[in-house]
Design a protein around this ligand. Structure first.
Ligand SMILES: [Zn+2]
Ligand SMILES: [Zn+2]
Length: 942
């Protein structure tokens, strides 16, 4: 049998090989089901949150994918038809920026290239460099269906995007409007609130006097003073607002002001929204450059004057400041106000400034024309709005969040959701399928089934039409994934097998950061569009079958070992690929799993990964030990019975204790692991497996089994055969239990267990162990507990007494009759494991009444007591010499420590942990000194 494993466990030697085997053998492909698959059980379907096509794998991905892979492998091994679907997102802003940077290096630009050439250039970039993250995933062995890999700009997915847009437009849910948006002057596009990062910054609050414009059309002596952190926006002011009940300004109601620098006459308006307590109680109103002012302007029908262009330079509306960058204009405006005596004051002020999440440029709230989805509007013929459907799906329990608290977060956000701005001023992405007419000004949105682009306006037949230049927000396409990857909108009579089998998906595993970006949008779009797809039997789709997924598991953050958030600026980012190279994928996966539980952030500590590499090593060595003995037995003509291999082990009632016990432990571990995974308690599952494998299997069971192996004596042959049979079966099952967590080492060893001729192509296609309550032998566990209590106690006592390791020593154990019966059944276990010879088992009564027992040094372990009988033969003279030397050595150490701890200079300089360590060391040495002196006194006199 090709059992001969290399001596040392070396992940690099096995992982690459299995990773490419899994891909090349298409082990995890889940083809479109045929009619014969109908009875094959409930599928388990999960979508990979598509990483950006520009992305590189980070620890967050590694955690996300480890969790998904554990769950998918576990469900697959548990008999579900598992489908994990991978793909990448075209990532509008990120990808466009990447290519723009490249062009910049070549001395050209996107504008010089023109739109078509630029798009071609991005596709070229994508072919060469895009999707590197998927190759990283392949190396990590994730069990996805690569045959279904998608890219959000693929032809079929683009068809879905276009259909979705057209349908929403026809339903009256898409409109165009002037809106105040977060504008990134660098990316030159609107970005969503969620893509704006707020940071506190030191800035100023400028107080500016606006002269009251009197009836005789000149300035009066009176002013209203307003305060602003962005003085350049005053160029677009169209009013000053005060609270209607503010007594300071009652006399100015209905009056007008002269806007300094622009000489625009603007009204004083009253609005309850204005806070009387803040500043002077008067605020300037710039509807085109502030979201609150925008709303105020709408209420009071104020003009909206946009004073900035796409690059945040002052435009033609900004008078003499036109052409200046916003910050240059700010300086000049402040200086001019000062010259004119209109600057009332400047205060230091901490501003909460919004930055573009992508490029870190300060965003400028700015009025622009955008496309929106009216998520709160009910479409004709639909009883609810998109947001309404998405709220109901969760409220009615069709989608369940773990941790549960995210249900509230989600519902809260959805209850306050605004219309969704879906346009982005980019060139890379799905271009909005709408055409503007230069003749009548109306918009044409043709049905997508007319293959070519329209040639004339649908309203006036003019041929002067041009396509909208904006593209759609990337979340518009990724929000459609749960329906589009299964063929929507082309789910017809003949091509609906995927949709019928795999929609709704089972689970979504994702981070909190995209709960709203992505999760909420998938729910809105998924519920909205799938409702149009009839059920396989032709009936209407009920809400429970409209949701894009039934469960959402929100995973935590991976932080560094000190619980700090990883960031490039702090320099504490851990690259998963580096760690994988050093310790192997299995050890890194196990580290993440061992700390992953709902709602808890992970403090990634490499020391733990080192520990789990040692765990893998331990398993490797156990395998080598097992294979060596199986081979030895074969040479002696003893063959292991392999007939039950692959199923859950069982042990007969008359089987030896260790066999009955390890089988019981295995069943119990399997039961807990299955339950823990059901509840996303990865940490609990990992810990159970670790304890089982290392503690129960290696430390106890293997040690006891060694006693049963006898290859010479004919009387022991059946014992040996039976012991090896159970050993191999338990080991094989344990590998299957561990496999979702450590897929590589288990694959390697599992193939070896079967001598290279396994019953399936991969352990990932074998059955996951599950407990059988009938075989749970509680009494075996209780019996074993007695042995597990006695053996370590005897070992510790031997050490205390200084018994040389290789020597056997007589031990007396006093206990109640039932315990004595257990221990006496197989005394060899204790005798061999604790090197006892002979073992004397007595009752508690004898222990108190028999004089020869009474004088022993007893140690109580609950109701059991042990006594190790050992009188150390000693050479008194040599022992005195040794103790004298030891006393002198300790005295010196103690004196040293005391001197240092008295030294103020040392105490002042040394860090607290060093001083603390010194103190502890001194206490220990004092104790040792006391013991040595007592031992010296106890020696017989010279
Ligand atoms: Zn930006
Ligand atoms: Zn027209």
């Amino acid at each position: 049998m090709p059992h001969d494993l290399p001596k040392a466990y070396d992940p690099t030697a096995i992982e690459d090989r299995w990773a490419s085997y899994w891909v090349s053998e298409k082990l995890f492909d889940q083809p479109t089901p045929s009619k014969d698959d109908a009875g094959k059980g409930d599928p388990f379907v999960i979508l990979l949150p598509p990483p950006n096509v520009t992305g590189r794998l980070h620890m967050g991905h590694m955690l996300n994918q480890t969790e998904m892979d554990i769950l998918t492998r576990w469900r697959r091994m548990s008999g579900r038809r598992a489908l994990w679907l991978p793909g990448t997102d075209h990532a509008g802003i990120a990808t466009q920026m990447m290519v723009e940077r490249q062009l910049d290096g070549e001395g050209t630009s996107r504008q010089k290239l023109g739109r078509e050439a630029f798009e071609a250039r991005v596709w070229e970039w994508k072919r060469h460099y895009g999707g590197a993250i998927l190759d990283q995933m392949k190396r990590l062995g994730v069990s996805v269906d690569w045959s279904r890999e998608y890219f959000t700009m693929d032809e079929n997915l683009s068809v879905a995007v276009r259909e979705a847009f057209v349908r929403l437009y026809e339903q009256g849910l898409i409109y165009r409007g002037a809106y105040i948006v977060n504008w990134c002057p660098r990316c030159q596009t609107a970005i969503s609130d969620l893509e704006v990062v707020h940071e506190e910054q030191k800035g100023h609050l400028w107080e500016i006097r606006y002269p009251v414009f009197s009836d005789d059309r000149t300035d009066s002596d009176e002013f209203i003073t307003v305060a602003t952190t962005r003085p350049e926006t005053m160029l677009g002011d169209t009013a000053v607002a005060v609270h209607p009940a503010d007594e300071r300004y009652l006399h100015l109601h209905g009056k007008k002001l002269r806007l300094p620098l622009m000489n625009r006459i603007i009204p004083v308006i009253t609005d309850e929204w204005v806070s009387r307590e803040f500043g002077t109680g008067a605020v300037k109103v710039t509807p085109a450059h502030d979201p609150n002012d925008f709303a105020l302007g709408k209420r009071h029908h104020l003009p909206e004057i946009n004073v900035m262009d796409e690059t945040a330079r002052i435009n033609g509306e900004g008078g003499v400041y036109a052409g200046l960058d916003r910050y240059v204009a700010r300086k000049k405006i402040v200086a001019d106000l000062e010259t004119q005596g209109l600057l009332a004051g400047v205060k230091d002020h901490i501003n909460n400034v919004g930055h573009c999440d992508r490029c870190k440029t300060v965003v400028e709230p700015r009025l622009s024309t955008q496309w929106f989805v009216a998520v709160n509007k009910k479409a004709e013929g639909r009883g609810a709005s998109m947001a309404g459907l998405a709220i109901a799906a969760v409220k009615e329990g069709h989608i369940r969040f773990t941790p549960e608290m995210y249900t509230k977060t989600y519902l809260n956000w959805m209850a306050n959701i605004y219309d969704w701005c879906i346009s982005r001023q980019l060139w890379w992405g799905h271009r909005i399928p709408a055409w503007h007419c230069a003749t009548c000004g109306k918009i044409t949105v043709p049905r997508p089934n007319t293959s070519a682009d329209p040639t004339h306006c649908a309203h006036c037949k003019s041929e002067k039409i041009t396509q909208e230049t904006d593209v759609l927000d990337t979340w518009f396409s990724s929000g459609l994934l749960p329906v589009s990857v299964f063929g929507w909108p082309n789910v017809g009579a003949t091509n609906r097998a995927d949709f019928d089998a795999f929609y709704p998906t089972s689970l979504l595993v994702t981070g909190f950061d995209i709960l709203f970006f992505w999760v909420a949008r998938m729910i809105m779009l998924g519920c909205w569009f799938s409702a149009d797809v009839k059920m396989p039997d032709g009936s209407e789709r009920p809400p429970g079958a409209s949701v894009p997924f039934r469960e959402v598991y929100i995973h935590a953050l991976v932080r560094d070992a000190n619980r700090e958030k990883m960031s490039k600026t702090k320099g504490n980012v851990i690259d998963p690929i580096e760690i994988v190279k050093k310790y192997g994928t299995d050890a890194v996966r196990f580290t993440l799993a061992s700390m992953a539980s709902p709602g808890t952030d992970i403090a990634f500590n490499v020391a733990r990964t080192e520990g789990y590499r040692a765990f893998a090593n331990k398993i490797w060595n156990a395998a080598r030990f097992i294979f060596m003995n199986v081979d030895k037995a074969a040479e002696a003509g003893i063959t292991v019975d392999r007939s039950a291999l692959g199923s859950m082990p069982n042990a007969a009632n008359d089987a030896p204790l260790e066999a009955r016990w390890i089988v019981a432990e295995l069943h119990s571990a399997a039961a807990t692991v299955n339950q823990s995974l059901e509840e996303y308690r990865f940490d609990e599952a990992a810990s159970i497996i670790y304890q089982f494998f290392w503690g129960s299997f290696c430390d106890w069971y293997l040690e006891i089994v060694k006693l049963r192996l006898d290859f010479s004596d004919t009387a022991g042959r059946s014992v040996t055969k039976s012991a090896l049979t159970t050993l191999v079966q338990v080991f094989e099952t344990s590998l299957r239990l561990l496999s979702p967590f450590m897929p590589f080492i288990t694959e390697e060893l599992w193939h070896a267990v079967y001598g290279g001729n396994p019953p399936a192509e991969s352990i990932a296609l074998a059955r996951y162990p599950n407990a059988n309550s009938e075989t749970l032998k509680v009494e075996a566990v209780i019996e074993m507990q007695n042995i597990q209590q006695v053996v370590p106690a005897v070992r510790a006592r031997r050490k205390d007494l200084g018994v040389p390791e290789k020597d056997s020593v007589p031990v007396v154990i006093a206990a109640a009759a039932p315990v004595l019966a257990i221990l006496g059944k197989d005394p060899e276990i204790i005798e061999k494991l604790a090197k006892v010879g002979p073992l004397d088992l007595i009752t508690l009564q004898d222990r108190s009444h028999e004089p020869k027992y009474a004088k022993l040094a007893w140690q109580a372990l609950g109701n059991t007591e042990i006594a190790v009988v050992y009188e150390k033969p000693i050479d008194v003279a040599a022992e005195r010499e040794r103790l004298k030397k030891e006393t002198a050595r300790l005295e010196k150490l103690v004196a040293n420590d005391e001197r240092q701890l008295d030294d103020e200079a040392f105490l002042g300089k040394a860090p607290a942990p060093i001083v603390e360590g010194k103190r502890r060391q001194l206490a220990e040495n004092l104790l040792l000194l006391k013991k040595a002196r007592e031992a010296l006194d106890a020696l017989p006199p010279e």
